[in-house]
Design a protein around this ligand. Structure first.
Ligand code: HEC
Ligand code: HEC
Length: 289
């Protein structure tokens, strides 16, 4: 029964891992634990069955993302690069993941030009390893703010020459804005092959950044509490960026005492506001204390 169950899990895993999940010697317990945590085997299951991050080399994440991008696009490559590298380091750290699922994120989700798939996939990976909202959202915030402001792509593929490729700052995590800003700079066709190469390199940059963020978080967790990483201690570093004051007024729920004064229109947004909103000169500036 265990064998059949395991084979079925592998067939959907979409993972091809040297020394990874497939080759796990503890595979029998591993998989039955994931499928039926309350089985009679429960006494032998590890204490904390949540996926756990194992540090990987950021440059390897970049190279892997660039390599697998043609198989399924930006979101797929962002997820697969990190998940497979972690699995190769520790087969038991990540449960089987049906990676083909993440192909939907290409082109800003089904080619809608919405959230950049590299961002979307990276946020999924962050959510895989960090389930506490404050930690998860803090890491996503750091990644997204970097994505909005960094001049990308930086990654140079094997055989390429550094600095021979146009770069731009995306100003937005939206695929539509990010792609077209670059295409304007590079005088390229957003639906053409040069732009696809840009997204391929950019996905490598994003995977590298995510690995760096996860490594740093892991180091903090490890330093705090010995060997086990946990989400319950420590606050994430605030995402640096210009719109923090906008967020304080517009994207944070009002406190009771604020009611009554000029009503602040609320919105769910942490993106760079200036990409879409032009501020009137008489606009309020400092949050009231
Ligand atoms: C001190 C609190 C405060 C801060 C900080 C603040 N706002 Fe506002 N915002 C307001 C209030 C109050 C209104 C409603 C003004 C009105 O109705 O005349 C408003 C209105 C708006 C509106 C809708 C009306 C319009 O002007 O188009 C937008 C959009 C907006 N703010 C964006 C921003 C952005 C972007 C930032 C950061 C650069 C920001 N706000 C910073 C308080 C603030
Ligand atoms: C991708 C473009 C985009 C970005 C980025 C963006 N907004 Fe908006 N925002 C809009 C649009 C479009 C509307 C709807 C405007 C309308 O219907 O008049 C809107 C509406 C709003 C409103 C309601 C305005 C009202 O009159 O009630 C507020 C407040 C607002 N945004 C604040 C922000 C803040 C703060 C940020 C940054 C943290 C931000 N927005 C980022 C596009 C954007």
């Amino acid at each position: 029964m265990n064998r059949i169950t395991r084979r079925r899990m592998m067939s959907v895993a979409g993972l091809s891992l040297g020394g990874g999940i497939v080759a796990s010697q503890s595979g029998r317990n591993e998989i039955s634990r994931l499928e039926a945590p309350a089985s009679d085997d429960a006494s032998r299951a590890p204490k904390d069955p949540r996926p756990r991050y194992v540090p990987i080399a950021p440059e390897e994440a970049a190279a892997r993302a660039y390599q697998v991008f043609p198989e399924g696009g930006c979101m797929y490559a962002a997820v697969k690069s990190i998940v497979t590298l972690v699995s190769e380091k520790d087969a038991a750290a990540v449960p089987p993941v049906f990676l083909d699922m993440f192909k939907y994120g290409s082109g800003g989700c089904g080619k809608w030009g919405a959230l950049c798939g590299a961002c979307n996939g990276s946020a999924a990976v962050i959510g895989l390893f960090h389930q506490e909202a404050a930690v998860r959202d803090g890491l996503i915030g750091q990644l997204f703010r970097w994505y909005e402001t960094a001049s990308l792509p930086e990654f140079t593929p094997p055989g390429g020459k550094a600095g021979d490729f146009p770069r731009s700052s995306a100003s937005s995590v939206l695929c539509h804005v990010s792609v077209n800003r670059w295409c304007k700079k590079a005088e390229a066709d957003p639906l053409g092959s040069e732009c696809r190469e840009r997204c391929r390199r950019l996905t490598a940059d994003v995977a590298q950044k995510v690995a760096g963020l996860l490594n740093a978080r892991h180091a903090t967790d490890t330093a705090r509490q010995g060997k086990t990483a946990s989400d319950s201690l420590g606050q994430p570093a605030a995402a640096a960026g210009p719109p923090e004051s906008c967020i304080a007024c517009h994207s944070t729920p009002s406190k009771e005492k604020d009611a009554g004064a000029t009503k602040v229109p609320k919105s769910i947004a942490r993106m760079d506001c200036s990409t879409c909103h032009e501020m009137k000169p008489d606009h309020p500036v400092e949050p009231r204390s």
